[in-house]
Each structure stands twice: as C-alpha cells, then as structure tokens.
Ligand binder design. Structure first.
Ligand SMILES: Cc1ncc(C[n+]2csc(CCOP(=O)(O)OP(=O)(O)O)c2C)c(N)n1
Ligand SMILES: [Mg+2]
Length: 688
C-alpha cells in the first residue's frame, strides 16, 4: 500500500474556546503524544475542560426537562477525569477513536465545539449530524473520531480497522476504543480484542468501570477480579487504575501508548470511575445505596481536579474564579448561539442513504471463457492489481484459497498483508472493514457462506448501512456472499439472504448469474462509495461459464440484464434460477423474455416494467421462500405501475417458506425446477 502522512487537526487550545483562552492566557498549549504535559500544565488544561463538560451537561439536562432536547440524555458526571485524561494525549486527525455516552469532554478535546454539541443535543440544522442522529451519537468521521452507535461494543472493531489501515499506509496512528463495564460483556469485545491482538493493531481498549450498567451492578456482570485481567487471555497487557484521578489516567494512557508503540500490540486499561447520577435523565438511580453515592460524591473528580489546580498550578483564588466565570460564559454563549440555529428542514435536509460519486473509467478486461467461480478470482486479482488500497479479508482465503477456491493464488500474487486470513468473527470483521474504509483502505470481505452474514447484522445493517446517513462520509466496502442451495448443504449453508439484506437502508445489493456479470458486479461494487454486497450463487461457481468482456465503463454496469427478446411473457429470475429460465426460453414454443434484476438494491424496475407492458404477463422465479426473497416486491411494484397492461395475474414461483432441508430429495422438492416453471409459463400464456 502507498505511504501517506497522517493529517492532524489543529486543536492546540482547549477546543478553540476563545473565552477560556482569553480569560486564562497561561493555559498551556496542549502538546500531544509523544510529548507530555507536566502535572501543573496538565491540570491547567484539564480542569477548565472538566468544568466545561459538567456545566454543559447540566444545561443539556435542563434543556431536556424543558423539552428542547429529545431522546435519552446520559451525562458524564463522575467520569470527567477519565474522559479528559484519556483524550488529552491523542492527535486529532491521526489517532482513531470512538467515544461513549459519558465522554463529552473527550469530544471537546479532539475538536468538537460547545456550539456543535448543543446543536447536536437539540437536533437542529447546525448539529454535526444535521439532526439525523441524536444525543451522544456524534463525532467527526473525517477526523477519525468515529460516531458511536447504540449497540455497545461494536465501535471498538471500527477503531481497530481504522488503525490497521492507517498503519498499512505508513501512518503512526493509535486507537482508543472505549467501553463500559456493561459493554465489556458483549461478544464483539471478545472478537475485537482477539482480532486486534492477532493482527497486532495498537488499540488501547479503555474500560470505564463505573460499577453499574444501567441498574445492573458489576457482580452480576462479570466474575473475575478486574476486567483488565482478561487482557492476559488475549496475550496483551492490562492494568486497572483510579479513573477519578485525571493525572493518573493521562500518564497511564501515555505509558500505554509507549508500550504499544514498542510492541505493536493492543492493551487494556480499566479506569475505575463513578456515576454521580442515574443511568440517564429518566433514572434516579435509587438502586445505588445512599452511602455508596455519598462516598462517590466525596471523590467527585471535578473537585479533586480543582484542588490540584490550587495546589500545583500556583493559581490564585481570584484567577481561578475568573477562569470558572469564563467557562460559564462559554456555556452561556454556546447555548444562545445554538438556540438561535434553525430547525432542520425536511425539504432541504439531504436525508440520503447513499453517497454519490462520479465513477472513474477503469481498465478494460477480457477473458475468452471462464467459470463463474473463476470470474470471481479474476475480478479480485484485477482489483488488487490496479488499486493499492484494496485488500481482501475472510476465512481461509489465504493459502487455502477460500472454501470455494475463488481466492486461489491471490495470497501468492499479492502477499499476506493484502490477503488476510481472519479468525471466525464475522461481526468484528465487518467492523474492521468499515473502520479501514474510513482511513484510506478499500476492503473486500468474503463471508464463507452467505448464511454467516447474519452474524454481522448490526455491523452491516445498522452501522455500515447508516454510516453515510449519519456521518456524511462514504463507506466503501465490498462484501461477497457465496449463497444458495442445490448442493445438499442444509439450512445453515444454503440460504440466499438477498431479501433480508434488502431491508436495511444504505446497502447496495448485486446478484450476478454469469461470468461477465460476476466480474462486473465485483468491480462495480468495489468502486462504489457505499457498502455493496455481491451474492454469488455457489451452484454456478463450477457449472456455468462464459466470456468476460468488460470495457471499463463502471456506470453502465448498474442496470437490469435482459438475455433475449420475447413477446408472450416476461420471466424475471434471480441467481441460479436465471439459468433455469434461459434453458426453458431456449426450448419452449412460447416467446419468453428473460430478465435478471441484477442490481437488487437500489432496484431499477423501469426496463422490466416496459417488458411487462409489452408481453402483458409476469412470472418471477426465485429460489428463496416467498417471504424471504424479493419476487413479491417486484410483483407488487408491477401491479402498482402497470396493472392496466396485465393480461393475467402475475405469478411467483419460489421455495416454500421453510429452512432449506438437507436430504437431496427434500431439497430438490422445495427448489423451483424447470418443470414447475414450464407449466406456469404454459398456463399463463394459455389462459391469459
Ligand atoms: C448491545 C446493547 N444492548 C443494550 C443496550 C442498552 N443500554 C444502553 S447503555 C446501557 C448500560 C451500559 O452500561 P456500561 O457499559 O457499564 O456503560 P455506562 O452507562 O455505565 O457508562 C444499556 C444496557 C445497548 N446500548 N447496547
Ligand atoms: Mg457502567
């Protein structure tokens, strides 16, 4: 991969806070790793930020109670020392981070302004997410501060992928992936820590252990002594520290970065913190024993930091009071400016799920005759050859060449840094790929079988699919799904899943049936700036073949495919069913026009509608069950748009809505076959 230098955002002062800077000219410039602040310098910078965070969140809570802020408001009160200490050493625009719902101050430290944050909570037109997401779900993906999603644990994999790709490109980036004691129980945390350790990605997994996950105390969450003890199981270092002591957090994070720089391994840092309120605005936290809360209040990190400023920084009471007034003023001014911002306007708010880009013209490619499976390998080789940002990841895709041998020889040709064998962790893999797509790489991920893509429903459907909508940044991922039945592999290795994935906004879906289409789908999906899923019917890998004649025009790929002209009936088929349809069309006395929608999402039905208007009949054949596939969607659309042209009711031939049965007799009984399709064509043409 090419070597790039990291971009750093200039955030030397505390969030560019003019009033605070003006009131307190000796606040030090915040030097970042590998430089370190002295303890007095640190507290001079840390305290006003901690105070700003506390006061801003107090105001957000008030605004929530008055109805200006919607959703769920969680606050950092008790967590500010950790939030500031962990973010202070990091380099905005270079290091990759994802913060949580108690890390308000961390955002301020890495570039967010008070105005932006108030706007975010008020969901107005000037919010960083343009009101498309709320509360703590914000960031700046362009400067590598990835916006969190609700689903705890998932963001840690993105940080890992982002750091991996940045390092591949020659940048000395680190990652900071934050998780709570509750979130530490998720499966993704295990997947992500394990993968980061195996792939040697220097991410600091920082656990904020505030003793509760909503109302659940930690003795119902885990049974080890310290959560950091788990690090040993991943072969990496782990420590537990006092998270109410901002200096301890800061120095421990700097130390961890030093260790990671030397070892290139991730590390775990558990910060023991407190939660001074209930879980969120609606929760009074009555389940926390009163004496415990009292004890915590005495260790309020804000008071501890203030004390340190007085003790260490040689600051008079007077100048400290002036600084505190400047903080209040900063808050007041940001509330005023954000209250004045307009409400989002549905007419002008571009609520689009897909990023748009002008597609380049790429190198042409020709092959006289290859099997569909070989077309996959040819396309991947072509992509790796022509784009140094591209890399492949998946299970057994390296030396073994992938389960269906579609990646055979690629590791030999392109090396193990571009063809990555992965541990079994589909969710973390997708998170890794999404993160890598944000720091300059172009990931291509193979699910060993389409069936295993369900493991990544959240990462792909909710995180990658909504990425552009939320962050305004493209998420160029290519995902390959060997799918479909007919190979006697049973319910867990035979599904297509195109219907399931079509239900998630923001994903593009392609379903090729020929070698040409397979090559085109992969190349088009790769160059598209959105997550693209290519369904590859396994049965066709060896059974079908043909020439590849690609002229380099990416734009023209995104269209439905017609294979022949016909006047009696329009036959729409998906995947392996395309070939059943073509065989019937070749033999039948009827004039059958066969179509493959090819681009299933976003589907362009125009040409198919035209065909139905011509023939007056529509038969759709899909291998998936009626409820699982997209056939009924096509039929409904045609009925809506072209009812007048229909000579008879449209028909769907599908498998029954069952798991794919194992025994060959049962499976072939369920799959649509030539006989059923022929009979339907005959009946429709005769009767309609
Ligand atoms: C996977 C998932 N399940 C449930 C939730 C709902 N939820 C939001 S915050 C929270 C508690 C999180 O506790 P912890 O990780 O300890 O963080 P804390 O709120 O204490 O900072 C829960 C259950 C969620 N966000 N994600
Ligand atoms: Mg917690």
């Amino acid at each position: 991969m090419s070597v790039r230098r990291g971009r750093t955002t200039d955030v030397r002062r505390i969030g560019g806070l003019s009033r605070i800077d003006a009131a307190h000219r000796d606040i030090p410039e915040i030097v970042r790793y590998p430089q370190r602040l002295t303890q007095p310098e640190f507290y001079k910078a840390a305290y006003p930020l901690m105070l700003l965070s506390r006061r801003m969140e107090d105001r957000i809570m008030e605004l929530f109670q008055k109805g200006y802020v919607k959703g769920t408001v969680t606050t950092s009160a008790g967590n500010e020392a950790t939030a500031v200490g962990m973010a202070m050493p990091l380099r905005p625009g270079l290091d990759v981070v994802s913060f949580l719902h108690r890390d308000f101050a961390s955002h301020l430290l890495l570039g967010a302004t008070p105005h932006q944050l108030f706007c975010q909570y008020m969901a107005n037109a000037e919010s960083p997410t343009h009101g498309r997401e709320g509360n703590a779900h914000h960031g700046d993906a362009g400067s590598r501060r990835f916006p969190m999603i609700s689903h705890l644990g998932r963001m840690t994999s993105l940080v890992m992928g982002g750091v991996w790709a940045a390092r591949q490109a020659g940048e000395q980036a680190f990652g900071l992936a934050v998780i709570g004691d509750g979130g530490s129980s998720t499966g993704e945390i295990h997947e992500s820590l394990n993968l980061a350790s195996v792939r040697k990605v220097p991410v600091l997994y920082l656990i904020q252990n505030n003793h509760y996950s909503f109302s659940t105390p930690t003795d119902l969450q885990y049974n080890c002594q310290h959560l950091s003890d788990r690090a040993r199981g991943y072969g990496i270092p782990g420590r537990t520290i006092d998270g109410t002591d901002a200096w301890e957090v800061y120095t421990s994070v700097c130390d961890a970065l030093d260790v990671m720089q030397a070892s290139q391994l991730p590390a775990v840092l558990e910060c023991m913190t407190y939660r001074l309120h209930g879980h969120a605005a609606y929760d009074k936290g009555e389940y926390v024993p009163a004496e415990r809360l009292q004890e915590w209040r005495q260790r309020d990190p804000l008071l501890l930091a203030r004390q340190k400023v007085l003790e260490l920084c040689g600051m008079s009471d007077e100048s400290l009071t002036a600084l505190e007034k400047a903080v209040e003023e900063e808050v007041r001014s940001a509330v005023t400016s954000s209250m004045a911002a307009k409400r989002p306007n549905p007419a002008s708010n571009r609520m689009a799920v897909f990023a748009e880009t002008s597609l380049p013209t790429v190198k042409p490619y020709h092959a006289t005759r290859v099997k569909n499976g070989e077309a996959v390998g040819r396309a991947l080789d072509y992509i790796l050859e022509n784009d140094p940002r591209a890399f492949l990841m998946g299970l057994d895709i390296g030396v073994y060449g992938s389960a269906f041998k579609t990646c055979k020889g690629l590791i030999e040709r392109h090396g193990s840094q571009r063809v990555l064998d992965m541990p079994i962790c589909e969710s973390a893999q997708v998170g890794f790929a999404l993160g890598a797509s944000q720091t300059g790489a172009r990931p291509i991920l193979e699910f060993q079988f389409a069936d295993f893509s369900t493991e990544a429903c959240t990462q792909l459907g909710l995180n990658a699919g909504t990425w552009f909508f939320r962050s305004g940044r493209p998420a160029p991922l290519l995902l390959r799904l060997p799918c479909g039945g007919g190979l006697t592999m049973g319910a867990f290795h035979s599904g297509e899943f195109e219907g399931l994935w079509s239900r998630f906004p923001g994903l593009k879906l392609l379903y090729p049936a020929t070698a040409q289409e397979t090559f085109e789908a992969l190349v088009a999906g790769f160059h598209d700036p959105n997550p693209c899923m290519v369904f590859e019917h396994k049965l066709l890998y060896w059974s079908k073949g043909g020439p590849i004649d690609f002229d380099g025009n990416l734009e023209s790929i995104w269209r439905p495919r017609r294979y022949n002209e016909g006047s009696d009936i329009t036959l729409v088929a998906f995947g392996a069913m395309v070939h059943e349809a073509l065989a019937i069309a070749a033999d039948s006395p009827r004039s059958i026009e066969v179509w493959n929608p090819f681009v299933l999402q976003p589907m362009d039905l125009g040409p198919i509608l035209e065909s139905v208007c011509k023939t007056g009949r529509l038969l759709v054949v899909q291998e998936s069950g009626a409820l699982q596939g997209l056939g009924n969607h096509i039929i409904a659309s045609v009925c809506r748009e072209a009812m007048h042209a229909l000579k008879c009711p449209p028909l769907l031939i599908s498998s029954p809505d069952l798991p794919v049965p194992f025994a060959p007799e049962l499976e072939s009984y369920c799959r649509p076959n030539r006989h059923r399709i022929e009979a339907a064509v005959d009946r429709m043409v005769r009767e309609g």
